[in-house]
Design a protein around this ligand. Sequence first.
Ligand code: ATP
Ligand code: MG
Length: 567
Amino acid sequence: MRLSQYILPTQKEDPSDAQVSSHRLMIRAGLIRKEAAGMYAYLPAGLRALRKISAIVKDEMDKAGAMECLMPELTTADLWKESGRWDSMGPEMFRIRDRNSMEYALGPTHEEAFTALVRSVVSSYKDLPVNVYQINTKFRDEIRPRFGVIRSKEFIMKDAYSFDIDQGGLDESYQKMAAAYRAIFDRCGLETIPVQADSGTMGGSASEEFMVASEVGEETLLLCEKCGYRANQEKAEFKRSSSEFGEKSALTEVNTPAIKTIDDLAEFFSCDGKLFLKTIVFVADGEPVVAVVTGDRDINEAKLKNYLQATDIEQADDETVVAVTKSSVGFAGPVRSEAPRIIFDSAVANIHGAITGANKTDYHFTGVEPGRDFVIEEEADLVEAVEGDLCPDCGEPMITRKGIEVGHIFKLGKKYTESMKVSVLDNNGKAVVPLMGCYGIGVTRTLAAVIEQHHDDSGLTWPASVAPFDVHLVGIGKGDEEKAAIDEVYNSLISEGLDVLYDDRKLSPGVKFADADLLGVPVRITCGKSYFADGELEIKIRKTGEQSAVKPDNLSKKIREILADHN
Ligand code: ATP
Ligand code: MG
């Protein structure tokens, strides 16, 4: 590829809306162009890198026995109605109509589409297992598209779906995918941390996410350095303490006009947030539910949702809070509550002399005693684990890290196969519902994650496996003779089967070198003065900055060695 004829709009300045390195560098290196919020065009060099990632994904999926398909991105409303998700998907799903007013969604995910496909082609246990996948565009109307292609409205995902006759089969399909994912990310030069993820009501180890450790990650991970426990904060459990705290005293009603937040209350009562009982009203599947946790902790909605086995949960609006607590917002509490259902976090039973809202506007209770002043009928682990909490497996304090989720594997069980009435005959001729797994990789997000892990102050430092080119040839010559000599080097590299970007532009060496550093192709070859004088080319390894002189005879061997070392 001759750079003089190539679209590579590099820029010196950082784009003003870029908060993370990958976004900044993808724009500056001319890999992508912003079309609108959350929408990006892949320019030729960016697309080359993306295709390399897709090829690795495809290779490992095929090796694991999955079959590539390509589904329509336009999905009919009927399909979503079958599973019940037409109503539950919410505003993240783009919905459109055709000229006849037929409703469609632009696929945000394809469980329904693949379930319908497999339903139409399997009838017996002999047809299973099957694992089908595609590498295709997904559409999601994200509330906050940001960080370039890390969270966009339109992105490329590899999504796979396995169908098995029984749990043993599903476990095996899942393990195969877990192994394929490790191989994929490894080949892309990405260090990932697989963590336990929330799996809704499926429970257990039914879901894992592959995280790329990064300061800019939107996910919080809890990690135990001693025993290796790793979980997304959404899922993370921790060893709960049974030690009691606070001091017993009499229940007292205190006037607390307009003091509502835990911080305000802690100041007003001059005591630790831990002694407060935070009482939050939720609506789960249409029913109000109250959750009570100690004031030093945040509630984990996923844990509450799983405990309730709810499909949908959200914090109640003010009107519902007023109806449930019979007071204005900010004064809810478990004492003399008329709430239909209250779930207590397991730390609440250990508290003495707690402070909580009195279900009466402008009043709180002090000296609240569980058991005496309210009864704990339902108790569960409802709070988010934080840095320093004890590992649920070994009891060591855990650390937290930020992570970018690049992949997710999930045992779905019968969720879709049951609602969409898939059935096959087992070896006794009995109709059974197959078990399903789903497995996603954000291909475009993976590209950004690779860049998050591989860059320096001057630009990108690609792993060879996903770099848009193998070699960046910088030609520094004047006159037809010198140019012809550089062209010859270029042609010989191409004939060796290398992907070469040839900077043949009429620009200063400084500008060319800066662009080469910015684009970050693993090997830079300079063909200039020393070539014309002594027949020597300069070779530079982008990642290490190491430079050496090389004769044309040894060039491609040397390049191959460097590429093999920088995978
Ligand atoms: P997130 O929590 O980041 O929104 P998700 O749980 O919605 O992710 P899945 O539905 O499991 O994601 O999708 C599979 C993969 O697709 C994710 O692991 C991620 O790599 C990628 N992905 C999801 N949403 C986006 C997006 N808006 N832009 C780019 N990639 C995305
Ligand atoms: Mg999402």
